[in-house]
Design a protein around this ligand. Structure first.
Ligand code: NDP
Ligand code: 2IT
Length: 453
């Protein structure tokens, strides 16, 4: 008997109007889950899908703060606690002007299955604010973080909900947020991850998403008896995930030719080497400058300022073997996907969350590309966050090598779980179905075991 998820999907869309990103994320997962419904009739009987699309809790709050000109600013804060079926809510905080409820809910929904894939005991959540850190002084960022945490602290804790970083939230912001949390609770606990290594953070957490992404992609290439040696790669973004993706790609012998930010992108036909990457890290992490400065320093590179990416993004229109979208959601539309295919790209691995529109995903699968969806490929970040929680709980700090070994093991396991579930329930090399199904079954089973909550 074929069980259609269409009515459940329609009702989710109706109940949550104007949440396009949330609909997109749910549709992507449900299309895979439809393929296993026959094998798991309990999931229908216990209304697992209906429950999974309803967050356990959503907190929305006012964040007032005073800027350098003594003007009162009001932002909106969010925490979406999507699922605690397999562990405390876990997921990042995003500070970006585009943040809204739909984006928070899509990210929290994706996080549930990603965290399940890590094999650690982590539920799913996401939060953030429409605050724009760009152009703000350190003091303004600190004041904002303190005000944000003055509400958030009531909802989080090491056994309830453990936030971390995402777009616009890195080590600096986690520091300010942790300081305020500690002050309000009068407790030094692991209620946040991504902390400094001197005060409870794990080695390799900053590197983890990018390194894990490349570990996963390397496993994919191995299925075709290939490696990164000599491969040309396109990378978008120039923040945390992009930087450490490039670093690991260089270590494995690849050549990286692009990076971007929201103002434009650079193409460096000579390749972005280690020295150039160090320049980008300093530019982005300390001077907080624009990627366009790369061309001033390395005049052989091209800089394309503010390309109009509504039609297509020219970054994806270069000859290459592999592509790593590491900026933001929906940065690859159907035209971009076609350009990638036409340019000979064989592998697309997602560092960003949901960077490819559904039509692009379908094209990659139809053309037989090695395509790694975000929830599998970028799980290394939250996995090392989980290891940070384990270290905090036992009050022991692991060496960098131990964390790296664990990260490699986790990414390898996610790869093999995705392959096994794709082969069993869908088709070989469909990592989308493989990851969705593997992540889903564990959460669904836990929900059934725990009764109607
Ligand atoms: P950062 O803030 O460090 O970097 C984000 C990068 O993406 C910047 O270069 C930024 O440019 C660019 N960017 C952001 N929004 C847009 C936009 N609307 N259009 C074009 N470029 C944009 O964030 P991360 O590197 O941490 O996050 C990147 C992606 O990876 C996100 O999708 C995030 O959800 C995902 N991710 C992050 C993890 C982590 O551990 N940090 C873990 C797993 C996934 P600009 O400087 O101009 O803003
Ligand atoms: O999207 C993600 O997985 C993250 N932003 C990291 C979350 C975390 O808790 O480390």
């Amino acid at each position: 008997m074929f069980v259609s998820i269409e009515p459940i999907l329609n009702s989710t869309v109706q109940k949550n109007p104007y949440e396009a990103e949330f609909h997109q994320a749910v549709t992507e997962v449900f299309r895979s889950i439809e393929k296993v419904m026959d094998s798991f009739p309990d999931f229908i009987y216990h209304k697992v899908l209906e429950r999974m699309t309803e967050p356990e809790r959503v907190v929305m709050f006012r964040v007032p703060w005073v800027d350098e000109n003594e003007q009162l600013q009001i932002n909106r804060g969010y925490r979406v606690e999507m699922s605690s079926a397999i562990g405390p809510y876990k997921g990042g905080l995003r500070f970006h002007p585009s943040v809204n409820l739909s984006i928070m809910k899509f990210l929290a929904f994706e996080q549930v299955f990603k965290n399940s894939l890590t094999s650690l005991s982590l539920g799913g959540g996401k939060g953030g604010s429409d605050f724009d850190p760009k152009g703000k002084s350190d003091l303004e960022v600190m004041r904002f973080c303190q005000s944000f945490m003055s509400e958030l602290y009531r909802h989080i804790g090491e056994t309830t909900d453990v936030p971390a970083g995402d777009i616009g939230v890195g080590g600096r912001e986690i520091g300010y947020l942790f300081g305020q949390y500690k002050r309000l609770k009068n407790q030094f606990t692991g209620a946040l991850t991504g902390k400094g290594t001197g005060w409870g953070g794990s080695f390799l957490r900053p590197e983890a998403t990018g390194y894990g992404l490349v570990y996963f992609a390397a496993r994919m290439l191995e299925t075709r008896e290939e490696s990164f040696e000599g491969k040309t790669c396109l990378v978008s973004g120039s923040g945390n995930v992009a930087q450490f993706t490039v670093e690991k790609l260089l270590e494995l012998g690849a050549k990286v030719v692009t990076l971007s930010d929201s103002s434009g992108y650079i193409f460096d036909g000579d390749g972005i080497d280690r020295e150039k990457l160090e320049f980008v890290k300093e530019l982005k992490n300390f001077r907080r400058g624009r990627i366009g400065e790369y061309k001033e320093k390395y005049p052989n590179a091209e800089y394309h300022h503010n390309p109009d990416v509504s039609e297509y993004n020219p970054l994806w229109n270069h000859a290459a073997d592999c592509a790593f979208p590491c900026a933001t959601q929906n940065e690859i539309n159907l035209t971009d996907a076609q350009n990638l295919v036409n340019n000979g790209v064989q592998l697309v691995a997602e560092g960003a969350n949901m960077p490819t529109r559904i039509e692009g995903v379908d094209l990659f699968l139809e053309k037989g590309l090695l395509y790694a969806p975000a929830k599998a490929a970028n799980a290394g970040g939250v996995a090392v966050s989980g290891l940070e929680m384990a270290q905090n709980g036992s009050r022991i700090a692991w060496s960098r090598q131990k964390v790296d070994d664990e990260l490699l093991k986790i990414m390898t396991r996610i790869h093999s779980m995705s392959v096994e579930h794709a082969e069993r329930y869908s088709e070989a090399h469909n990592y989308v179905d493989g990851a969705n199904i593997a992540g889903f079954i564990k959460v669904a089973q836990a929900m059934i075991d725990q009764g109607y909550v």
